[in-house]
Write a protein that binds this ligand. Sequence first.
Ligand code: HEC
Length: 98
Amino acid sequence: MAVRNSKTKAIAVFFVSHAIALVIVGCWAAPTAEQIARGAQLVPDVCTRCHPLSKVHSHKDDFAGWITLTNRMRTHGAQFTDADQAAIAGYLAKTQPK
Ligand code: HEC
């Protein structure tokens, strides 16, 4: 009985955590107009410190892909908040989609 209970709990935790993840991804997938406008301002500033804007224009991706790529830029030393990153990825996913 105890085993069955913990199994049920584990399954519940699995579904709940996945539901939360889906909600988060769902929010990411639909950037607001404000985020896109903010991204348009941020990219020419934040993304030209190490390479020209043409480097940014050379790449096409969806939102998740731009998040992955900007995470990589962070490892190179790029600095932006998570909110700014969402704005940048939202803007680029719209203007430079996969
Ligand atoms: C601190 C320096 C730095 C900043 C700031 C920076 N980048 Fe980069 N970027 C790099 C380096 C180094 C490379 C080449 C190595 C690589 O691709 O990871 C690169 C390469 C790229 C590429 C080409 C990747 C490919 O696979 O062809 C894109 C696109 C790009 N950056 C986008 C961005 C965007 C968008 C921003 C702004 C959020 C940004 N970068 C800010 C350092 C930076």
